[in-house]
Ligand binder design. Structure first.
Ligand code: UD1
Length: 419
């Protein structure tokens, strides 16, 4: 079992380069199943979730090249099976993204139900509501969900909540449906625009991605393409918070600054100076001051995937900050771990009240999920003594070489293998 050890580090300083976005590459990899020939994907981050998705595509019958120099090739031109194996689906909720493409391509998809997830119940009802509106028969049983349709027919689908995954899955299913599909109250995340761009390069007709209404005019078939995924805004935000917390000065490269508006605004409210370039952000935390309140919301609101990291920041700013989580019902598991490090955080319903004081102490803690793990690394950078983080496989799901990147800007962090 590997662990990450973090020691108190001075102000971080230097340059960090951001990798391609995990949450863009996973649905795009699933969408390659819709192609008729080999697709080449670039800027692919070397992450555990990406290799699981590669294994899943291989198990379904696609030819997947090993990731090399950020490039991955997927050839789905052979026979593609309609059933995804339990072992792989259980490893990663995002495996469910293959349901829409399989339904569109084969007219049938049988997938093991995604398991419960540490950050809430995370149902799939909105995905299924969309498939059913397109004309699929849905059957649930024996831990599987099966969708079947002679043909999919476009329609208008209103999402009760702008779910990222449901918007993407329905968008993929609708690419080859007969007629026009309109998704209302769609999620507006940048990763959805990236998926739409990929689908359009394959020959699909998707308009409105990035707004709350997406229109997909079905086409007969899709071709193949080369596509580079967008930079990871959550990785970017994590390093921005690292600069702020350590009162350091980081140049963060390969960034789309407009994807980070809420985090830029909130850090500036805390006294952090941020210079926005075309494809970089310079973050200077020397004047970090008071606490602020944040409320997580669907894009363009404050991202739930940066809530835990921002909470770490609020443990060292002056005063009280209130963190309200509105996207997931159970995303405060990092609170007890941060409190073990001497933080003063109280949970009141869907909010956490953080009393900042800056006296964190290193302790043995556990990464309870991916972003919670990142939050503990950030806390470890400013805590006295050594912070020993266990269950770091969560962190490897979503951060490329996090220790090397942080060590490169002066952090005292290392990975150790334990017997
Ligand atoms: C995606 C991201 C994840 C991020 C989340 C919210 C990927 C691979 N993951 O997850 O990192 O935290 O968006 O920005 O892109 N819901 C339902 N029914 C459904 C689907 C979702 O009730 O059918 C609820 C969920 O339980 C949750 C909320 O909607 O409370 C948001 O979930 P959703 O936007 O679907 O997140 P994911 O796509 O799973």
């Amino acid at each position: 079992m590997a662990k990450i050890l973090v020691e108190k580090s001075g102000p971080l300083s230097g340059t960090i380069k951001i990798n391609g976005a995990k949450n863009a590459v996973l649905p795009i990899l699933a969408a390659t199943l819709l192609a008729s020939d080999k697709c080449v994907l670039e800027e692919i981050p070397n992450l555990r979730d990406v290799s699981v998705m590669g294994e899943l595509l291989t198990a379904l019958g696609a030819k997947v090249s090993p990731l090399k120099d950020g490039c991955m090739e997927v050839d789905p031109s052979g026979e593609i099976l309609g059933e995804a194996p339990y072992e792989l689906i259980q490893k990663m909720r995002a495996s469910f993204f293959v349901m829409g493409p399989l339904l569109a391509k084969n007219g049938v998809a049988r997938i093991s139900m995604p398991g419960g997830c540490a950050i809430g119940a995370r149902p799939i009802d909105l995905h299924l509501k969309g498939f059913s509106a397109l004309g699929a028969e849905i059957e649930l049983g024996h831990g599987f969900v099966e969708a079947r349709a002679e043909k999919l027919v476009g329609t208008t689908i209103y999402l009760d909540f702008p779910s990222v995954g449901a918007t993407e899955n329905i968008m993929m299913a609708a690419t080859m449906a007969e007629g026009t599909t309109i998704i209302e109250n769609a999620a507006e995340e940048p990763e959805i625009i990236d998926l739409a761009n990929f689908l359009n390069k394959l020959g699909a007709n998707v308009k409105g991605a990035g707004t709350d209404t997406i229109k997909i005019v079905g086409v007969e078939s899709l071709g193949s393409t080369v596509h580079a995924v967008i930079p990871d805004r959550i990785e970017t935000g994590t390093y921005m918070i690292a600069a702020a917390m350590t009162r350091g000065n980081l140049m963060i490269e390969n960034v789309v600054p407009s994807h980070l508006k809420p985090i830029i605004a909130k850090l500036r409210e805390c006294g952090v100076e941020i210079e926005e370039g075309d494809d970089y952000l310079r973050v200077d935390g020397k004047n970090l001051t008071g606490s602020v309140d944040i409320t997580t919301l669907p894009y363009p609101g404050f991202p739930t995937d940066l809530q835990a990291q921002f909470m770490s920041l609020l443990t060292v700013t002056e005063g009280t900050g209130i963190v309200s989580e509105t996207v997931f019902e159970n995303r405060f598991m990092h609170v007890s771990e941060l409190n073990r490090m001497g933080a003063n955080i109280k949970i009141e319903g869907h909010s956490a009240v953080v009393q900042g004081h800056g006296n964190l102490q290193g302790a043995q803690v556990k990464a309870t999920d991916l972003r919670a793990g990142a939050a503990l690394i950030l806390a470890g950078l400013v805590a006295d003594g050594v912070t020993e983080i266990g269950d770091i496989y969560h962190i490897d799901r979503g951060y490329v070489a996090i220790e090397e990147k942080l060590r490169g800007v002066g952090a005292n962090i290392r990975r150790v293998e334990e017997e």
